[in-house]
Design a protein around this ligand. Structure first.
Ligand code: AMP
Length: 512
């Protein structure tokens, strides 16, 4: 029988989980070293790729071939050049040499998939605020790893896990605080029994543990320089990052840490206090507080309306996290969950919900009551021509069709009109944006196809645009000239990119 897994494809660490025979999620370990989380680091050699901690070891001798934080690049049209050792913008040119973020991510997925045999299907998690291009690249990555894939938002997966935990009672409005290695997400959801209604998600795609490690490196550099008169050689050295990460983790439990740092002027003992470290990440902490307030505002609730705060992501072990939660929410967060594994476990539960036919009776019973209502995380719109009142001239603006946070499934129709007599076509553009934008420079056009109008189209003839968004992330868009009933339909679902075959042909690695 084929197995369906849940995979948390993280910026710094990834994990894979599966439902056990009783329907409880179980995290699978790397059979070589028994680690339950795998570092999302990839080394690409000539014929061999190495994924995990060993890729960092390889980085010491061959830095240009080691790729970290690939998730941060998923929405970009870039390739990793092993001759330059950096990401290069392709500027639309598909023949620039290097590996795409989807190819690199596929190596991580292939490694995780091999922690057990017979995996064909997976639910892969993505940050709630992952744009369309990043979702498409994630699907490409899964397909390259020979996985039949569905995506779920990370906070949604986490709350699924919390709501299913035996012995933990989650009910009412909850705030999911997800601070990982590379991203920060705040989600507010309503939970009743095992029915979960997502209300809103906000986040920052570049705020997480790796940024905190950078701050520790800056402190080490400053103190080394003060003691020896010369700073550290390479602040991007991966070994230094490993030391910084270790210091950060110790500071989660202790007030002070001492470390011998090897630098250009020999070894030097350096002390760092938790206070010093927390001061250095002050701007990030302020950003986190701001996003918490933004999420509460978007969900139209006060801290007192939130029954529980659920922690997700390794960086929530830092003491400042519980402190600000207690201060803002006036209640401590829920304890007792492995914050590194919650997302993968929730993804495994979702994989079960989506594939009930393949479950045994105990597994079906375990997840029978689980129900999920998700939301549209972006403003979905279209482009229209209108008179710019200020300039008194025609211009193109974005018009929102489905507002952000609309509950799914939904279907919304908006009315437009033919611009001038004898107009031949209408551009059917579908846009996506994080904010409620009218300025076309701040939206991403995710589809654009023409609707041919009838021959005698007249200015002002009505045109209806209907977007229907289902619960599986599929959006059906209809642009219709009402007089002739001529219409153009598009179904948009992140489903891999057009260059998939090329991506696949270029990838021929043994994976360690
Ligand atoms: P995740 O993406 O959820 O796997 O989180 C990974 C991040 O959590 C990395 O940046 C880790 O350094 C960080 N992390 C894990 N454990 C701790 C800890 N005890 N204290 C501080 N940060 C931690």
């Amino acid at each position: 029988m084929s197995k369906i897994v849940g995979i948390d494809l993280g910026t710094t660490f990834s994990a894979i989980a599966i439902l056990d025979d009783l329907g409880n999620p179980e995290v699978l370990s790397d059979p070589i070293n028994n680690n339950r989380i795998t570092r999302s680091a990839v080394y690409v050699g000539r014929e061999k790729a190495i994924v995990g901690d060993k890729a960092i070891d390889a980085a010491v001798t061959n830095k240009k071939n080691t790729i970290l934080e690939v998730k941060s690049e998923m929405e970009n049209d870039v390739v990793w050049s092993t001759s330059k050792g950096q990401w290069i913008d392709r500027d639309g040119k598909k023949d620039v040499k290097g590996y795409t973020p989807s190819q690199i991510s596929s190596l991580i997925l292939s490694k995780l998939k091999d922690y057990t045999s017979g995996v064909k299907k997976a639910v892969v998690t993505v940050p709630a605020m992952f744009a369309e291009a990043a979702r498409v690249a994630t699907i490409d990555a899964a397909k390259l790893a020979k996985l039949d894939v569905e995506l779920i938002n990370e906070p949604t997966a986490a709350v699924l896990h919390y709501a299913n935990l035996p012995g933990v009672s989650i009910s009412g409005r909850v705030l999911i605080f997800d601070l990982g290695g590379g991203t920060f997400d705040i989600t507010i959801a309503a939970v009743k029994d095992k029915k979960i209604d997502v209300i809103t998600s906000v986040g920052d795609k570049h705020l997480g543990g790796r940024r905190f490690d950078e701050e520790i490196i800056k402190i080490l550099d400053k103190k080394y320089k003060k003691a020896k008169g010369k700073g550290l050689d390479d602040l991007n050295d991966e070994k230094l990052f490993l030391i910084a990460e270790r210091i950060k983790k110790i500071l989660s439990n202790k007030e002070t840490v001492s470390e011998i740092i090897e630098g250009p002027k020999g070894p030097q003992k350096i002390d760092i206090t938790r206070k010093e470290f927390e001061n250095s990440i002050d701007t990030y902490v302020e950003k986190i507080k701001m996003l918490m307030e933004e999420a509460l505002e978007r969900a139209d609730c006060k801290p007192s309306n939130i029954q529980q705060t659920l922690l997700v992501g390794g960086s929530t072990r830092m003491p400042f996290v519980s402190e600000i939660i207690k201060k803002i929410m006036k209640k401590a967060p829920v304890k007792g969950v492995n914050v590194d594994e919650a997302v993968a476990c929730g993804a495994a539960i979702y994989a079960g919900i989506q594939n009930k036919d393949e479950l045994n009776p105990s597994q079906k019973k375990a997840i029978a009551k689980v129900d999920l209502q998700d939301i549209c995380n972006f403003y979905m719109g279209t482009l229209m021509a209108t008179i710019d009142q200020e300039k008194d001239q025609w211009g193109v603006v974005n018009d929102v069709v489905i507002p952000r946070d609309t509950k799914l499934p939904c279907s919304i129709t908006k009315n437009y009109a033919v611009l001038h007599d004898d107009q031949e076509t209408i551009d059917c553009s579908v846009t996506q944006s994080e904010g409620e934008e009218s300025n076309i420079d701040f939206v991403v056009v995710i589809a654009k196809e023409p609707l041919k109008l009838s021959k005698n189209a007249k200015q002002g003839d009505p045109v209806e645009v209907t977007y229907s968004y289902d619960t599986n992330g599929k959006m059906h868009c209809v642009f219709q000239e009402m007089k002739s009933k001529k219409k153009h339909e598009m179904t948009l679902k992140p489903d891999g990119s057009k260059e998939f075959k090329k991506l696949k042909d270029e990838l021929d690695f043994d994976i360690e």
